[in-house]
Write a protein that binds this ligand. Structure first.
Ligand SMILES: Nc1ncnc2c1ncn2[C@@H]1O[C@H](COP(=O)(O)OP(=O)(O)OP(=O)(O)O)[C@@H](O)[C@H]1O
Ligand SMILES: [Mg+2]
Length: 250
């Protein structure tokens, strides 16, 4: 069976200057996604989780390794088409000029699709934003509102793989739960793979089937979520869970 997405020995060079030897922010990152999955990506700050997702979305270029979407290397695919299937949603949402409505419409248009107004309205409602005035200038939205609009903008493109970077980080717990439920439903009904960076371990446990743990400059663990939280296989994984559970900051 061809994997939906396969990452082979992916590496990204570190910006760190000063030492002559090339060092890597991460290296030898390999993973295979055989069927639509919900994956949480966890790990301490600065491990390269965002950079890994940005690289997977081709917003950064890999320095080594390959990525295959349905068996085809990113090198053989037009990057515009790659980004249409594998979509990154940033933590710091950037709004396009114009109103909320413009933001929702423009992204579909830019990607050559048609704007599904009914779906947009449904997603706004599910994300607890049905009361939002869509004529409002997008730059005037709160951080949490921008985050949800950016997410909905991406969902409207119906990508096969959604790369979500702490997308509920600026939300109150009720809105965060609403977005979680929306994404769980989306995964189930649309068959989309969701790869989700979060610092909230309870959220990771609630929403994912599989957990990627980034540490020591690589994807150190790739396990079923229940197995990872019960019994990480590495010392770093055990330390990470222990520190977080004891409330210490990483
Ligand atoms: N090539 C590179 N691309 C991106 N960041 C790099 C690179 N080389 C070194 N860095 C540094 O490595 C760190 C990577 O940050 P990144 O945002 O990917 O981590 P993160 O795991 O998402 O952290 P956080 O949990 O705080 O969001 C930053 O400190 C950045 O300055
Ligand atoms: Mg990050």
């Amino acid at each position: 069976m061809t994997a939906i997405l396969e990452i082979q020995q992916l590496a990204k060079k570190s910006w760190n200057k000063g030492n002559q030897e090339t060092s890597y922010l991460f290296a030898e990152v390999s993973a295979e996604i055989q069927q639509p999955e919900r994956i949480s990506v966890i790990g301490a700050s600065g491990q390269g989780k965002s950079t890994l997702l940005r690289t997977m979305a081709l917003l950064e270029t890999p320095d080594k390794g390959d990525m295959l979407y349905e068996g085809v290397s990113y090198l053989k695919k037009e990057s515009r088409l790659w980004r249409k299937q594998i979509c990154y949603v940033a933590q710091q949402a950037v709004m396009l000029p114009g109103s909320v409505e413009d933001n929702l419409r423009t992204t579909s248009r830019l990607h050559g699709g048609t704007y599904d107004e009914k779906l947009a309205a449904q997603l706004l409602e599910e994300a607890a934003m049905d009361g939002l005035d869509r004529n409002k200038n997008a730059s005037e939205l709160s951080g949490g509102e921008k985050q949800r609009i950016a997410l909905i903008r991406s969902l409207l493109l119906r990508p096969s793989v959604l790369l979500l970077d702490e997308v509920t980080a600026s939300l109150d717990s009720i809105s965060a739960r609403a977005v979680e439920q929306l994404l769980v439903r989306w995964h189930k009904e649309e068959g989309a793979t969701i790869i989700w960076v979060t610092h909230d371990l309870e959220q990771a446990a609630r929403t994912s089937d599989r957990t990627w743990f980034m540490s020591s400059g690589t994807l150190l663990e790739n396990q079923r979520t229940t197995d990872f939280f019960r019994q990480p296989t590495t010392e770093a994984g055990r330390d990470f869970i222990r520190l977080l559970v004891s409330g210490e900051k990483l």
